[in-house]
Design a protein around this ligand. Sequence first.
Ligand SMILES: Nc1ncnc2c1ncn2[C@@H]1O[C@H](COP(=O)(O)OP(=O)(O)OP(=O)(O)O)[C@@H](O)[C@H]1O
Ligand SMILES: [Mg+2]
Length: 208
Amino acid sequence: MTMAILVSNSKGGCGKTTLATNLAAAFAQGGLRTALADVDRQKSSLNWLKRRPRDLPRIDGLNWTRKFEAPGKDIQRLVIDAPAAISVERFRELLRLSQAILLPVLPSAFDQAATRRFLKKIDELKPIRRNKKPLAIVGNRVRARTRSAKELEDFLRTLEHPVAAYITDRSLYTDGAYSGVSIFDKEDRRARAAQADWSSLITFLETS
Ligand SMILES: Nc1ncnc2c1ncn2[C@@H]1O[C@H](COP(=O)(O)OP(=O)(O)OP(=O)(O)O)[C@@H](O)[C@H]1O
Ligand SMILES: [Mg+2]
């Protein structure tokens, strides 16, 4: 059976593609047959896959910009990269195909306000309201001991959804966006430190 994880937030630039690509690579590195579905017309995830070195664990790419083509039967994990400015209707269609939802949020007053508005809309959808499909927040580009990190934590505490992880702002992510390499494809000290941020997120997905 395929477990599908939807990565979405109507706010642009909050880290949807970074989260989706690295999560897909984490699954692939863990030996799971993995696909990455790109709903965004900019096709950032699919372009990242094109740059991905052939000797790394394989991730199948699905172009979902027009229609939602089913992944192969053998696919165990499907990560869905949703576009910015997504409508509730489109979100609902993707929700139907997903088992869990991850919502990245930056430590930014503007992003927090936009996220609150987005959540207000999607919290009304039955699978989310009734907690049939778990939704977790992922704090992204967090820099420890900064005012913005503290403000983000305070904000996330006011929401009715769990925080699955706080992901640090690191050049590894921006570098990996160019090279098609995730933080899970490396084993040096910096990569290991980055991977540690994700363990609570992986646990959330495995137990939900
Ligand atoms: N944790 C991080 N550390 C450093 N850079 C990051 C991190 N997360 C995202 N970025 C960078 O921030 C930029 C925006 O991230 P990304 O493209 O993942 O966001 P997005 O939500 O998919 O954007 P869009 O709404 O345009 O699809 C990219 O340049 C990415 O490399
Ligand atoms: Mg994106």
